[in-house]
Design a binder for this molecule. Structure first.
Ligand SMILES: [Mg+2]
Length: 435
């Protein structure tokens, strides 16, 4: 544990929903739910207005609709979230070289590597407050909650204490006092199964956990976990903030409009992507030892799994076999939005311009029931009308699409309906806006 509160944890508030409210003026101050809008959809993020009706992340969209039928239910715009996230991470990296992103909307920053006159509480507090203002500027008005503490654990706990739009600094030396009344689930790594085991032993709070000996904890939850629980119950956490390093790789990925749930189809897509990766490797005379897959779930959680082979390969079928084996270990029952295969661990002499992702085309040959590419009228998606300009899909069905014509920079706009195949209407991508 550090002697100063130099670890900062920043968490954007209700991130996906806030981006939607920023870009859709008519939704500001209203309940917004982002997630799967289909029959088996799950809520990814609810705006604070929707949370007042009991809508929560990971709840089924069906239940969310029952609790808050007047909310706007949007299927999500990953490009917009990624673009906003990039601006925030760039800001944080301008503050300190040690930035560790945890997800699109969350990161640790090591202020010991920033250029502050000292790391005393008043100094880091003022700095964090200023940083929150700068986040608001670079994101076009999004709020962030920030926690500061002597460790990652404490900083993350602190950022939760005054959400949304809050700042909490845990004064060095007061960590154990803060944790004692909290439930054991506040400790990283204590999931439902561990919490249940502790509960059966009569341990509910950190204070109760503190009274248990290390031997007893090891007996309860196993050696590795027991040791770290013993430490964390005492706020002992020396984990460094680690900047993410980009690894060189050749990869192919595809994004799907309809959440994929069919395992056979996913395996088929991975196989096809693996053949593409193999082709690219051979074309450039490369091979690599590490095969990885990337899977983005319905709630935008992105999972990566990799395996390292005994010797380098450039064979598509070999890459595909390992990719399918990696997929077998993942729970994808809630639906998958993106699948990708990559090979890394390449030789260093490879030219930089070979790297980067290749977007899959719309056609997926040799596969029955190929998912439609993005471009259908999903609720919330950005569209452009040849005469009426920019707007977003308010709803669609029965061959009709309804569009609200407004953007982040306009007042709330009017609603108009069109035939779903109206040639004047097209999808609007962020890239096009930047051009
Ligand atoms: Mg957040």
């Amino acid at each position: 544990m550090r002697a100063v509160a130099s670890v900062l944890h920043l968490d954007l508030d209700a991130f996906f929903a806030s981006v939607e409210q920023r870009d859709k003026p008519s939704l500001r101050g209203k309940p917004v739910v982002v997630g799967g809008v289909g029959g088996r959809g799950v809520v990814a993020t609810a705006s604070y207005e929707a949370r007042q009706y009991g809508v929560r992340s990971a709840m089924s969209t069906r239940e969310a609709r029952a609790r808050c039928p007047h909310a706007a239910f949007l299927s999500g715009r990953f490009d917009a979230y990624r673009e906003t996230s990039t601006r925030v991470m760039e800001l944080l990296r301008s503050v300190s070289p040690l930035v560790e992103p945890l997800s699109l909307d969350e990161a640790f920053v090591d202020l010991a590597q920033a250029t502050l006159p000292d790391l005393e509480v008043p100094t880091v507090t003022a700095y964090a407050e200023e940083l929150r203002g700068r986040v608001r500027e670079v994101t076009g008005g999004l709020t962030a909650s920030v926690g500061l503490g002597t460790s990652k654990f404490i900083a993350k706990v602190a950022s939760e204490l005054d959400k949304p739009d809050g700042l909490t600094v845990v004064t060095p030396g007061t960590e154990r006092e803060l944790l004692r009344p909290m439930q054991v689930t506040v400790i990283p790594g204590v999931g439902p199964a561990t919490a249940e085991r502790l509960r059966r032993a009569g341990i509910h709070t950190v204070e109760e956990l503190e009274r248990v000996t290390e031997d007893e904890l090891v007996r309860l939850v196993g050696r590795a976990h027991g040791h770290s629980l013993f430490q964390l119950a005492r706020a002992q956490d020396d984990r460094p903030v680690v900047a993410e390093r980009e690894t060189k790789s050749v990869s192919v990925e595809g994004t799907y409009d309809t959440d994929l749930t069919d395992r056979k189809l996913m395996e088929g897509l991975l196989t096809r992507q693996a053949l593409g990766v193999g082709e690219r490797l051979r074309k450039h005379g490369l091979s690599g030892r590490t095969v990885s897959i990337k899977v983005r779930l319905h709630d935008f959680t992105t999972l990566s799994r990799s395996t390292t082979l005994p010797s380098p390969t450039d064979s598509g079928p070999v890459i595909g076999r390992h990719a399918r084996a990696l997929l077998a270990d993942l729970d994808t029952s809630g639906g998958v939005r993106l699948l990708g295969v990559g090979v890394s661990g390449l030789a260093d002499w490879v030219q930089e311009d070979l790297f980067g992702e290749v977007e899959e085309g719309d056609d997926v040959p040799d596969l029955p029931e190929a998912p439609r590419s993005r471009g259908q009228w999903a609720p919330g998606m950005d569209v452009l009308h040849a005469e009426l300009g920019a707007g977003w899909v308010w709803g669609s069905g029965k061959g009709v699409v309804t569009v609200r014509f407004e953007t982040a920079d306009t007042p709330p706009g009017p609603v108009r309906s069109f035939r779903a195949d109206d040639p004047a209407l097209s999808a609007r991508s962020l890239r096009r806006e930047e051009d």
